[in-house]
Design a protein around this ligand. Structure first.
Ligand SMILES: Cc1ncc(COP(=O)(O)O)c(C=O)c1O
Ligand SMILES: N[C@H](C=O)CCC(=O)O
Length: 440
């Protein structure tokens, strides 16, 4: 056994005090469950500010950020172009509840970047986008059931909290109490990356499935990559059976390529849901797709969906600024890919050197280290991970100034602010924290 590295001390006293206060007023002390650190032990870190690749907490500690607000901050924190756009918009009112020029510009931009989208509706979160998309698919097809995949997460709409990923999985409530049996019976679930299971589900529910919804690259059971031909197979099955194929690109949209996973894999879905990056850090979501489907949405059609703050002028200003930058800088995707490949390969190599043949999955600027030596292609594989060891590793990284997602079943997101020097910094911490987590 080699020499053990001691975890550097970290003063989190202000965070701890805030968490104590928060628990008196907010369920579990947080406004979204995974933030509570339940899966990794310790208390959540309360953040104060961020710039580029770095977060600063309320105690003054600095962390290299590999969550980036769960994906939106692809250009790092507080990019000047987004700040300028927001500041420019603020003086003209924070909300109108009436149409604005920016909503038109945002819709045009989204359509240019994601050509499968012929019409698009802006909402306020990824959850709203997916909830609305399945309602539209049901209205369009006149069918009731949807098919989703075990470990995929599509926000917290009732229909999706069945075999759900992300915090629902981490906290052991993939089928949430409060979802009525009536709703649950209309959600069919099958394992990811298994075309035969999809065929069987379709055959067993002939003519009843309105939509098949999936994360084309899954980020919510850790990162899971679609097998060769899988997305194409789903496309063909949906076409054959009149099922609306919905790509939930809330995470992958504008991240894996300018046109998202559908551009990367060359598959055209009928509908797409978006969020995260399109808001530049502000609360925005969107759903869109084929014109004949989207024209079902009120007031063009009869499927109702609305929002007091939808198309908010500040959120659209931030989103347009970030999307325009991405559209004009296609080269940044190659660079993000190169940097993330260094992170993923480096982590793999460190694990191998330590005798831990852990699985590291990566696509573009998303990656995950699964604490298992099994290849991870679905939820069952992901669940073979040693989550206790992951928790120790997470704490070791945190204490070395690296901020990872506080759960095994989440992906990491890399921003353009991560340089080669910062990759080296991450890898040094990774080696020490891996050794420490396994007492090597
Ligand atoms: C793939 C996917 N869909 C939908 C959502 C829901 O988005 P939001 O948290 O903005 O409601 C998320 C993230 O939470 C997501 O990762
Ligand atoms: N995996 C979730 C979305 O990306 C994590 C964010 C959350 O639930 O707070």
């Amino acid at each position: 056994m080699s020499q053990q590295t001691l975890t550097p001390a970290l003063n989190l006293s202000t965070s701890d005090a805030l968490f104590t206060r928060a628990k008196n007023h907010i369920p579990g002390g947080v406004n979204s469950p995974v933030r509570a650190f339940r899966a990794v032990g310790g208390h959540p870190v309360f953040m104060q500010s961020a710039q580029g690749a770095w977060l600063t907490d309320v105690d003054g500690n600095r962390y290299l950020d590999f969550i980036n607000s769960w994906g939106p901050m692809i250009l790092g924190h507080a990019p000047q172009i987004v700040l300028d756009a927001v500041q420019g918009a603020i003086g003209n009112s924070l909300s109108f509840g009436a149409p604005t020029r920016r909503e038109v510009e945002m819709a045009e931009l989204i359509k240019q970047m994601v050509p499968s989208i012929e019409k698009v509706r802006l909402v306020n979160s990824g959850t709203e986008a997916t909830m609305s998309a399945i309602r539209v698919a049901r209205g369009y097809t006149g069918r009731t059931k949807i098919l989703k995949f075990e470990g995929c997460y599509h926000g917290h709409g009732d229909s999706f909290l069945i075999a759900a990923g992300s915090g629902a999985l981490t906290l052991g409530t993939p089928d949430s109490p409060g979802v009525t049996p009536g709703v649950a019976q209309d959600t069919l679930t099958v394992p990811y990356n298994d075309l035969a299971a999809v065929e069987q589900a379709i055959a067993a529910n002939d003519g009843q499935i309105a939509a098949l919804i999936l994360e084309p690259v899954v980020g919510n059971m850790g990162l899971v990559v679609p097998a060769e031909g899988y997305l194409q197979g789903l496309r063909e099955l949906c076409t054959q059976h009149g099922i609306v194929l919905i790509f939930d690109e809330v995470m992958t949209g504008f991240r894996l390529a300018r046109g998202g996973a559908q551009e990367l894999y060359g598959i055209t879905p009928d509908m797409t849901t978006l969020g995260k990056i399109i808001g530049g850090g502000m609360p925005v979501g969107a759903y869109g797709g084929r014109q004949d489907i989207m024209d079902q949405v009120a007031p063009a059609g009869k499927v109702y969906q609305a929002g007091t703050l939808s198309g908010n002028p500040i959120a659209t200003a931030a989103g347009i600024a970030q999307l325009t930058y991405l559209q004009q800088h296609p080269e940044l995707y190659d660079e993000l890919n190169r940097i993330t490949t260094r992170l993923a390969d480096g982590t793999r190599q460190i694990c191998a050197e330590l005798g831990l043949n852990y699985t590291v999955n990566q696509v573009g600027s998303m990656f995950s280290v699964f604490f298992t030596d099994k290849p991870v292609v679905n939820l069952e594989d992901a669940k073979t991970s040693d989550t206790e060891a992951f928790g120790r590793y997470f704490q070791g990284m945190l204490h070395r100034g690296i901020y990872l997602a506080p759960a095994q079943y989440e992906a990491l997101f890399v921003s353009t602010a991560i340089t080669d020097e910062l990759v080296d910094h991450y890898l040094t911490a990774c080696r020490e924290a891996m050794r420490e987590a396994h007492s090597l």
